[in-house]
Design a protein around this ligand. Structure first.
Ligand code: AHR
Length: 498
């Protein structure tokens, strides 16, 4: 029987809750007809933001929300999204379907959403088509207590500065954010970072546009050229990494739901590539920054499949199954394994786009939560807890030349003294009979839940909204230092030991 040894008496680094962050872009039905229904909608809302979605996100304790893109961010001019809504310009959203962008959601609306969610905003600044002055003024508009921009903010309804901490300085500058070389962008970054000022009691956490996948050269040049500021301290607090799990070539054609066991394994194996990439970028960053002052910020991750039949392909709307729940657990376990360096991450995207935690019917209809929502609900127990070492002898599987663990797990020590364990079984066909062997503690009887689906391709629909969800995990047996349990095929479990 495979064994996971949990060293409960050796708490390690803090698992930053910002690892469990989200991303909402002006893309498809994420903002408009997703989170935002408008104040006059019959859908219950608070100042335009859909109340059932806000409640669902609060339930998973969303720690931060990145906005307004993605690729959209480098085409976004913040001034167009302030002031009376009926006077805001209507633009074409050139990246995502060529639809009209009304600018109804701008800075004030988005920061109100974050207040409703109780989460920290992460604003992505425009480098590709913007200027250091434009970004500097957006920071000042949000964070300054006095001056003309603060007066303008007050005239628009907000006297107190918001003190936004997290700022992205460009997005995918190697692609949609300007098609730059890293050598060029590193110097642009220094220029933009210089003018994005800290205002009193509002120090910025600047996140540079980073690599995709295994582009270690990008990370190397950014660390070499942009890590050290003029006074020797870091000029960048975060450097990003983007990696999506895309089975097959571009554009994605693999179905979100109608897959076989090979399709399941493909997603597990591709998902586990994140471990290689985080290790690789971490090793480069360690060379320049051994004290890990700068974080690796994985601010876009998740599954990317063929769009749902009948939807606008530019809207990236996809369904989900328990396969995505297991992918989410695997990925979060990787971030937690590397939490000395990975301190922020953002799942793409919050609602209706890619690996969303919720889907809504067009026109403000019903809401359904996805299996990924359930995983984030289970993982909330790890927010700001201290990681405990876990050693697994459960072995690995191979698919298409790639390896992935048969069982992947995280354990953490919460502030109230509880030990929380999350574990997933990546095998689509066989249950995993496991022993959790504790050192440093005798585990008291557990509260245990599991996310599983007897038919792996089942998804939550508007008519059967909780077809895939968590249920109590039966048959957990505690025997001294050991706990015996069985994980169903393709499942994620969460156990709490008092
Ligand atoms: O999340 C969808 C898109 O993927 C983002 O806009 C872009 O940054 C990435 O390529």
């Amino acid at each position: 029987m495979p064994k996971l040894t949990i060293h409960a008496g050796e708490p390690g680094p803090v698992i930053d809750r910002h690892i469990f962050g989200h991303f909402a872009e002006h893309l498809g039905r994420c903002i408009y007809d997703g989170l935002w229904v408008g104040e006059n909608s019959p859908v219950p809302n608070v100042r335009g933001w859909r109340s059932d979605l806000v409640a669902a996100l609060r339930q998973i304790r969303i720690p931060n929300l990145r906005w307004p893109g993605g690729c959209f961010a480098d085409d976004y001019h913040w001034r167009e999204g302030i002031g009376p809504r009926d006077r805001r310009p209507r633009r074409i959203n050139a990246h995502w379907g060529g639809v009209i962008e009304s600018n109804a959601v701008g800075t004030h609306e988005f920061l109100d959403l974050c207040a409703q969610l109780g989460c920290e905003p992460y604003l992505a600044g425009n480098v590709g088509s913007g200027s250091p002055r434009e970004l500097r003024e957006w920071v000042e508009y949000c964070n300054a207590a006095a001056g003309t921009l603060a007066d303008e903010r007050a005239a628009n309804g907000r006297r107190e500065p918001w003190k936004v901490r997290l700022w992205g300085v460009g997005n995918e500058t190697w692609g949609c954010g300007g098609n730059m070389t890293v050598e060029y962008y590193a110097h642009e970054y220094r220029r933009f970072a210089t003018y994005t000022r800290d205002f009193p009691q509002a120090p910025l956490y600047r996140i540079a546009s980073g690599a995709r996948n295994d582009d270690y050269h990008w990370t190397d040049v950014m660390m070499r050229e942009a890590f050290k500021g003029p006074l020797g301290g870091p000029l960048l607090q975060g450097l990003s990494l983007h990696y999506y799990t895309v089975p097959g070539d571009w554009p994605p054609r693999h179905p979100a739901t109608g897959f076989d066991h090979a399709g399941w394994k493909w997603v597990m194996a591709l998902g586990w590539k994140m471990d290689d990439y985080v290790r690789g970028h971490r090793a480069v960053m360690d060379r320049y920054d051994p004290a890990a002052k700068t974080s690796l910020v994985v601010d876009e991750w998740g599954s990317w499949y063929a769009p749902e039949p009948g939807t606008n392909p530019g809207f990236l709307h996809q369904q989900q199954t328990v396969r995505d729940g297991v992918l989410a657990a695997l990925t979060l376990n990787i971030f937690i394994d590397h939490c000395e360096r990975v301190r922020i991450a953002n799942l793409a995207q919050t609602v209706n786009v890619l690996q969303a935690v919720a889907l809504t019917e067009e026109g403000g209809g019903r809401l359904v939560l996805t299996p990924t929502w359930d995983v984030l609900a289970m993982y909330a127990a790890h927010h700001d807890a201290r990681r405990l070492p876990v050693h697994s002898d459960a072995g690995r599987s191979r698919h298409e030349g790639m390896e992935y663990p048969n069982v992947s797990a995280t354990a953490s020590l919460a502030a109230d003294g509880a030990v929380n364990v999350t574990a997933c079984n990546t095998d689509p066909a066989a249950p995993a009979e496991l022993t959790l062997a504790f050192t440093g503690r005798v585990p008291a009887p557990a509260d245990a839940r599991v996310l599983a689906a007897p038919v792996l391709t089942t998804c939550n629909t508007y008519d059967q909204p909780r077809a895939v969800t968590t249920r109590p995990l039966a048959g957990v047996r505690v025997n001294g230092q050991n706990v015996q349990l069985t994980l169903p095929p393709g499942s994620v479990a969460a156990l709490r030991f008092a």
